[in-house]
Design a protein around this ligand. Structure first.
Ligand code: RM4
Ligand code: MN
Ligand code: MN
Length: 382
């Protein structure tokens, strides 16, 4: 079990280290990164203290630099790697009616070119994942043809798919609503799945836990995609209402456990299974680096509990139709306090058993607050 926990990998997102907020207010925090390099330094700190977060996802152009190989070397020098590359085709006036689904072919061309540029960024940073999310959709019935928009989406995805180098895969994220309110062009796992099946083996579905209708059984989707070999990865976060992007495991740690139980049951935890465990969060009011450490620990705790499920006893209870017995096996694992075990694991690996306490004692927060003055803090749109 400890060996499996040691090999578990959780990726943190560059954008979570920058300032963020709601459409009402972005609160500035002291010590926030001003450059992609400073975001990488923060992600490296999270990895140094947790031991399980060795990569950082980039968002282009928020993390645009002139020299990507140098950025990748900077990350390596700090003990981490560049993870998924996330294109941004949602923050320009041109995209008012969509990006790759826009009725205007010139705008579709521009959006697709940006996706291709991000493939290139992936090549130059050593990334193996192109992670796609589209804000495309419509607000009013009749605004555009639902079917024509699917055709345009398929065309753009297939052009980009054709340019993926060996070893790079394309993850296609879906979202129920927002920013479009009548239709999203990729609203659910089924739509992403259908496109990925048509594209081929290098295209897989990305499940963002915040992107479903309330009450959706996400672990069912996970089990189904795993069975089809189409679960590319996650964007973990917590939601109470919509796409809240709160710390994963904060709102519903039991749901996170149920998801990780499906992962473990399908033997998909190890890096070779190619399920990317990524976080997609915004820390609007809480300090960012410790919030990220908390999030990584929450995933790790849910995983440890999932690994504790006695699979033999569970299989026996299931085969015998022992409903209560089978449920009790899961609940026993979930109700186990795994924190002492994880503390022991860290101590054995030369880490502080308490990563959040270690962060506060490290002086890193004081250091970044003192050093990162002048320049402009990065955040949404920067
Ligand atoms: C979207 C989606 C994407 C993320 C953007 C910032 O709602 O979750 O994954 O990159 O937000
Ligand atoms: Mn996401
Ligand atoms: Mn989201």
């Amino acid at each position: 079990m400890k060996a499996q926990l040691r090999r578990h990998r959780i990726e943190t997102p560059s954008w979570a280290y920058g300032n963020s907020g709601t459409r009402f207010k972005v609160y500035a925090q002291a010590g926030v990164p001003r450059t992609p390099q400073e975001k990488i330094a923060d992600a490296a700190k999270v990895h140094e203290l947790t031991g399980v977060a060795p990569s950082i996802a980039l968002h282009i152009p928020w993390d645009k630099v002139d020299d990507y190989p140098a950025l990748a070397r900077f990350a390596t020098d700090h003990g981490i790697a560049i993870g998924a590359i996330n294109p941004n085709v949602f923050q320009e006036d041109d995209y008012r009616l969509g990006s790759v689904c826009n009725p205007d072919p010139k705008i579709r061309r521009k959006a697709t070119d940006h996706l291709l540029e991000c493939v290139e960024v992936g090549v130059r940073t050593g990334s193996t994942i192109l992670s796609l999310w589209f804000a495309d959709g419509t607000n009013y019935p009749g605004q555009d043809s639902i079917r024509a928009r699917q055709d345009r989406l398929a065309e753009a995805l297939s052009e980009v798919y054709g340019q993926l180098p060996d070893g790079m895969r394309m993850l296609v994220e879906y979202k129920l609503f927002e920013p479009s309110f009548y239709t999203m062009d990729l609203p659910d796992w089924g739509t992403s799945f259908a496109h990925c099946v048509n594209l081929g083996p290098k295209a897989q579905v990305l499940v963002d836990t915040g992107h479903h209708a309330p009450g959706t059984n996400i672990e069912f989707i996970v089990a189904l995609l795993l069975r089809a070999g189409k679960l590319g990865g996650f964007h973990f976060n917590s939601r109470f209402y919509a796409d809240d992007d709160l710390m994963v495991g904060a709102a519903d740690p039991f749901q996170l456990f149920r998801i990780m139980h499906e992962i473990v049951a399908a033997d998909a935890l190890a890096p070779e299974a190619d399920v990317a465990f990524m976080l997609d969060q915004c820390h609007n009011i809480e300090p960012k680096v410790p919030a990220m450490i908390r999030s990584v620990l929450n995933v790790q705790e849910a995983t440890a509990k999932a690994l504790l499920v006695d699979r033999e006893v569970l299989a026996k209870a299931q085969a015998e139709g022992d409903v209560l017995g089978a449920n009790a096996v899961l609940m026993d694992a979930y109700n186990t306090d795994v924190r002492p075990l994880l503390a022991e694991l860290r101590t054995e690996d030369g880490l502080d058993p308490d990563p959040i306490g270690a962060y506060h004692r490290s002086g890193y927060q004081q250091k970044i607050e003192a050093e990162r003055v002048g320049g402009s803090a990065m955040g949404w749109g920067a």
